[in-house]
Write a protein that binds this ligand. Sequence first.
Ligand code: SAM
Length: 277
Amino acid sequence: MTIDEKLVQGLIAQILDTKKYRHLNLNTATVEDLIRREAQQQISQKALLKAVKRKLHNIVAPYLGEPDYVALTEELLQIEVFSIDSRPLRAFCLKVLSQHASTTERIPFLTDFYTQLFQATGKPQTILDLACGLHPLAFPWMGLTTSVRYHAYDIIQPRVDFINTFFTKIGLAPLAEHRDILMNPPEQAADLGLFLKEAHRFEKRQPGCNRNFWQALQVKKLAVSLPGTNLSGTHSLLEGHRKLVYSNLPEQVPVQEILIENEAIFLIQKSQEVNHA
Ligand SMILES: C[S@@+](CC[C@H](N)C(=O)[O-])C[C@H]1O[C@@H](n2cnc3c(N)ncnc32)[C@H](O)[C@@H]1O
């Protein structure tokens, strides 16, 4: 169906203002992109709205639950932090990490996860955490110093604000950004890009989109991870995910595969010449 600018803006406002999404202050670019793409497939406004809502549900994954960021921020601000190894800080981080499926799964082997990852990549000085979710709260287990430039991106504004408060609290620069990384890939140069447990959702949002997205990133190495099994752990997803990764890469690109517990990491070697300016 054809849509004019007025209809697009009206639909964006309508979707962002639904009870389900109002409190998340979602990135407008995400909703606009879904509307414009789905309009090419749908024949009525009603069908368009339904299709956009379905896609958005898959992207935001509201069924995974949303923490109470106001309460968490208050709690965080009460904690005295003398170092990132401080016990109360770590206990707080674990509580937050346990509130999202992707980060909960890593809790039993957090230290091992980053030891193995950084053994393969080298310790980065600049990181892009792409579609970060609550993952930056694992920083105390990464074995990195707070001189690291940790750029994190998510489409949920209260999550981004909370992460920046956390960064400031532990002495990192507040570099979390409210950005749709598919619509506006970061131009920031970095040693390492982390694109953890999200590539399969990107593929559902827009089949084949990972190829251009990965190509656009100014990182020396890109770690794309995918779950090794489904959420209930009943069947392996590895072969399908392998196909996803390799079908989005030119043939000659070197890839190293690492399996850490249930997470398959594809370490993609990108350009050596990254300008950190
Ligand atoms: C499944 S969680 C993954 C979290 C994290 N990467 C991890 O592995 O712990 C996906 C996160 O990506 C965010 N997200 C989804 N699409 C995005 C996009 N296009 N740009 C930025 N963030 C996005 C969601 O809001 C959510 O917080």
